[in-house]
Write a protein that binds this ligand. Structure first.
Ligand code: BDR
Ligand code: CA
Length: 317
């Protein structure tokens, strides 16, 4: 199985992604590292510990991450989307059986990559702050990671421009400086953005079916999704279900050939009206952009076999 460190602001779709990873025989969930975003980092950590407890993940480490972006000021959690503490209206108890380790998330990431070089995939589905801190503290990790898979960004394909603002996806928007560091570092990054995640939908019926056929995990997904589905129908205007954001990053790890990738350096607009906008430089040869990514081209997911992805989720759970 592929070893992953799952870096998450664990809210509702993050939890859906976590159970996907836990259920998949292709994945060994080495750790969940937490970050602010959908919830405060305290609540995200409590949610991660709850998942560890509930699904008896004795070998999965929980490391608490950072509570604010690397440059910008602290931002409040996205309670409108994920509820007061991140998992909708599910009341998450404080774990009495497990705790986060003392090492902060970024340091845990560095230590793990050093201890097991070229064998661990980082899957990041929240603001990219922990990854940027790890890169700053130990730039050599670019040579030690197997792959970095990110749910974030939007590249204007399939009508996907932004969900936080009209040009920015939430994870990138919440820490654009961190995202730019992560996207321009010399390591192999795959970006699974709104372009593909909004093509995949978990319908109400699909989640109801999981509840009756997928045991405790199905019930958990059903419970956490109540609040989210209400947000989608009342605020987003999508009445049939919800988009499949974070589970799509896990799907990429399990079955990369569900996705079509496009190569090219990626940058993030860090300030101003377009803050959080992600741009991929394409080789059109008609113009020249200086100071673009100094390193390798990154891969952006431009298309997905959406029905197959949703079916993979169902069959895995
Ligand atoms: C991303 O933002 C968060 O609300 C979700 O958990 C997901 O990671 C989608 O833009
Ligand atoms: Ca997330």
């Amino acid at each position: 199985a592929k070893k992953i460190i799952f870096d998450t602001d664990i809210g509702i779709d993050d939890a859906m992604a976590a159970v996907f990873a836990i259920a998949s025989p292709e994945i060994d969930l080495v750790a969940m590292t937490t970050v602010f975003g959908n919830a405060t980092v305290e609540n995200a950590t409590r949610n991660a510990l709850h998942v560890k407890d509930k699904f008896k993940l004795t070998n999965t480490v929980i490391a608490k991450g950072t509570n604010k972006p690397i440059v910008n000021a602290y931002v409040d959690p996205t309670v409108m989307v994920h509820g007061i503490a991140g998992l909708g209206d599910v009341d998450v108890p404080v774990s009495t059986t497990c705790e986060a380790i003392d090492t902060p998330a970024y340091q845990y990431i560095i230590d793990s990559l050093k201890a097991d070089p070229n064998n661990i995939t980082l899957v990041a589905v929240g603001p990219l702050t922990n990854l940027a801190l790890a890169l700053a503290a130990c730039p050599e990790i670019t040579k030690l990671v197997k792959e970095v898979v990110i749910m974030g960004g939007a590249f204007g394909l399939n009508e996907a421009y932004g969900n936080k603002t009209s040009c920015a996806e939430a994870n990138v928007y919440l820490d654009p400086h961190a995202a730019d560091k992560v996207f321009t570092a010399d390591w192999p990054v795959v970006i699974v953005g709104l372009d593909v995640t909004q093509k995949c939908i978990f319908t109400h019926d699909f989640i109801d079916n999981l509840r009756t056929t997928a045991g405790e995990m199905g019930q958990f997904v059903w419970d956490v999704s109540r609040f989210y589905l209400k947000f989608y129908s009342e605020i987003v205007g999508l009445t049939k279900g919800c988009h499949v954001h974070d589970p799509s990053a896990i799907a990429y790890v399990i079955k990369p050939d569900l996705f079509t990738l496009r190569k090219g350096p990626v940058r993030v607009v860090c300030e101003g009206v377009a803050a959080g906008l992600t741009i991929q430089k394409l080789d059109r040869k008609r113009y020249h952009v200086d100071n673009w990514s100094p390193h390798r081209a990154q891969c952006v997911a431009v298309d997905v076999c959406n029905e197959e992805l949703v079916e993979l989720y169902r069959s895995t759970l």
